[in-house]
Design a protein around this ligand. Sequence first.
Ligand SMILES: NC(=O)c1ccc[n+]([C@@H]2O[C@H](COP(=O)([O-])OP(=O)(O)OC[C@H]3O[C@@H](n4cnc5c(N)ncnc54)[C@H](OP(=O)(O)O)[C@@H]3O)[C@@H](O)[C@H]2O)c1
Length: 371
Amino acid sequence: MNINDARESGIDFLVKRDDLRICRSGEGESLDGADLQPGQVQLRIEKFALTANNITYAVFGDRMGYWNFFPAEAGWGRVPVWGFGRVVHSLSDRIAIGERFYGFYPASSHLTVEAGATGAGFVDLTAHRRALPDVYNQYARTSTDVAYDEDHENVQMILRPLFMTSFLLADFLQDNNFFGSRLAILSSASSKTAYGTAFLLSRMPRHPEVIGLTSPRNASFTESLGCYDRVVTYDQINSLPKDLPAVYVDMAGSGAARASVHQLFGGNLKHSATVGVTHWDEEALNVQLPGPAPSFFFAPSQVQKRTADWGPGGVNERFAEAWKAFRGPAAAWMDVREERGPDAVKRVYLDHLEGRADPRTGNVLSLVQGL
Ligand SMILES: NC(=O)c1ccc[n+]([C@@H]2O[C@H](COP(=O)([O-])OP(=O)(O)OC[C@H]3O[C@@H](n4cnc5c(N)ncnc54)[C@H](OP(=O)(O)O)[C@@H]3O)[C@@H](O)[C@H]2O)c1
């Protein structure tokens, strides 16, 4: 009753927790299913996406608990990713071998979970995950998931987890009447999360001018996305019209860029939202800045607020509508690159860590041999 794997053990991609530049592959779970306990299921992680967001999980691994999802040997971490897994062993009476699930996996070839039932899939009840946020513990069965579309699964894997934040962020700004701003300034404008946010903002009635801040090497790509009214490089922040009320939406987390925006706009900065740290090695120091104190954008709070406003299902319905409008245009420019094996995973991880990755590329990876 199992699908044969060529190897006896799976593969884990491991990152040194106190120096993210050091990484290697290591021996993963055993694959014969002999260790499985009743209720447990082993999934072969067929493919997963890797973007700067996964680097942020590693950067915040200790501070925000991302290393706790998939424990590794002491001093090392397994980077969480979004992807698709197929059941290869099952001691659950609700989950069959061969079924496929979308969800939060480690960058590994295999994962064993303790599958508790939900309507549309399962929730991992493994003891060390119970204290972690629910949203990361749920797995959707592709055969019944209304959001799943076989022809677009790579795009789903790469963009959907990011676009949910884009959707909630754009909605948060609109819900607050854009804080009375005439300018919405997004850093790391070339990132997929910023692009999704700009895409939605640019379609909203009476939206502020949408300004993308980016690095010189990503400026022409960012302009080509067509949803920023203006693209400005980090070294040109002082050219922005400082007399207009502005909101700063910070995906970069760069201390220098944030200080420049706050110092330029001062009291005209109406809100400063921290969303990401793509520029993780230039992370902001805790310095006193003019204007409002930067506040972390916590997406679940906006979900909670909108569930109260719109009723159960309201967020999902609106998100589905936004996603349908977004995925076509996004897929049109994205160059999806599928690669396999430990060397490819290491290279793509390091390219993202060091800021060398091409923003036009959507990376899809696998550590499973011989699929
Ligand atoms: N809080 C949340 O709920 C949430 C949810 C989703 C995403 N996010 C955050 O949003 C950010 C964007 O994620 P993404 O997956 O959309 O990114 P992505 O598409 O992979 O972003 C690529 C861009 O990020 C910048 N970048 C990436 N690595 C860099 C490095 N090492 N040094 C300098 N710049 C680098 C570059 O943009 P520029 O040249 O334009 O700066 C690059 O073109 C991440 O920090 C992520 O964690 C937060």
